[in-house]
Design a protein around this ligand. Sequence first.
Ligand SMILES: [Zn+2]
Ligand SMILES: [Zn+2]
Length: 438
Amino acid sequence: MSVILEKVRSLLEKYPLCDSCLGRQFGGLARGVTNKERGASLKLVLTMLAHLELKKGSPSGAETLKVLGENVGYPPAANLLSRTGKGGCYICGGLMERLGEYAETVVKSLEGYDYRSFLIGVRVSGELAEREDAVKSEFGVEFGESLKMEVSREIGKQVSKITGKAVEFSKPDVVVTVEFPGPGIEVKPMPLFIFGRYRKLARGIPQSKWDCVHCRGKGCEICHWTGKIYPTSVEEIVTAPILRLIGGKCTKFHGAGREDVDAIMGGNGRPFVVEVKEPKFREPDLAALENEINRTGEGKVEVTSLRISDRKTVRKLKEGAKVAEKTYRAVVELDCEKSEEELQSLEKSFNGCVINQLTPNRVLHRRADRLRLKKVHEMRVTKIDQRHLELIVRCQGGLYVKELISGDGGRTVPSVSEKLGCGARCTELDVIAVNEGV
Ligand SMILES: [Zn+2]
Ligand SMILES: [Zn+2]
């Protein structure tokens, strides 16, 4: 008898196991068959060998048939002995025969959800897992599979057969966690991600909702019981229609960086992803959604290029924002007059220039103080009048442009103010392009 069959015999002698639970102990051997088929085959071959030995008059054959027929209750062996076995699986107690019932419960619990793919998670009871582990370690199971894996795969197969939806491991629309033996069951729709680009065409709108600092968002006299410092935000304008049209628990707004409250965000717009938690629908009409956002944005905030996205894009957006190139338009007020020549040399001196920038004073209360090195790729200077300039600055993401102009009391070096040798302030700032590559 082979090593495998000897192990099967000693396993079954001590513990009666159903076909699935026996097959699972050898789950790593042979592909394209279920554990149930593995277990049934092992029992059949073992019975045939025992029958052969019995015919030859060897007593070990009768012993093996007793194990299979009486202890395990395997019908072909029991028939040879003309006795009925006691049966019952030591590990699962027959639960593996009832996976179809679990699949039906899962299908019922998924009613009313919008999904194309799903994943079954299984929480195996401590008792069941302990019995399985004990058998595995006692018999030095080498090529076994876990009970959890088999149960989730087999329920998944059956649910897929009933619903026609696919089992998806990396990005399922919904995850169903089944307690085994149960009866608990938990349905969790995965978040829906919507990518887009926004343009902010009015000043005084922050990107995200800004809680009132006095009441922390609860509402007080100072904020006129709104709980907010600004009446609205890009986040609120974009996410309210999304939540209204798609339904769901809540939303999260992920921007690829942010502009100042008083800055315009123009050009091709800034990329963002809205994460909808527990969405009701997963295939929204994106054109209708875009129209609705733009209608409620009243020309202050506009979105374009909406598409269904994923969590990976959120990560790329965050990482990309740090390095993505940005182009700004700034209006600068000077404390003195400068000649055309001086302005031309200012332009030249900043092309390809690396700026040493300590965290600006104005954000020090909420950001760590650290030095960043950021490159200005290109600067174009146009004189508006004696005391005003217009700058077009193409630079690395993360450069604070207001401080690039003022010098921030020596915290940003070099600066427009330093190079010109006179005070300079940014009075208007617009982002005119964000080049993310996502
Ligand atoms: Zn079993
Ligand atoms: Zn308040």
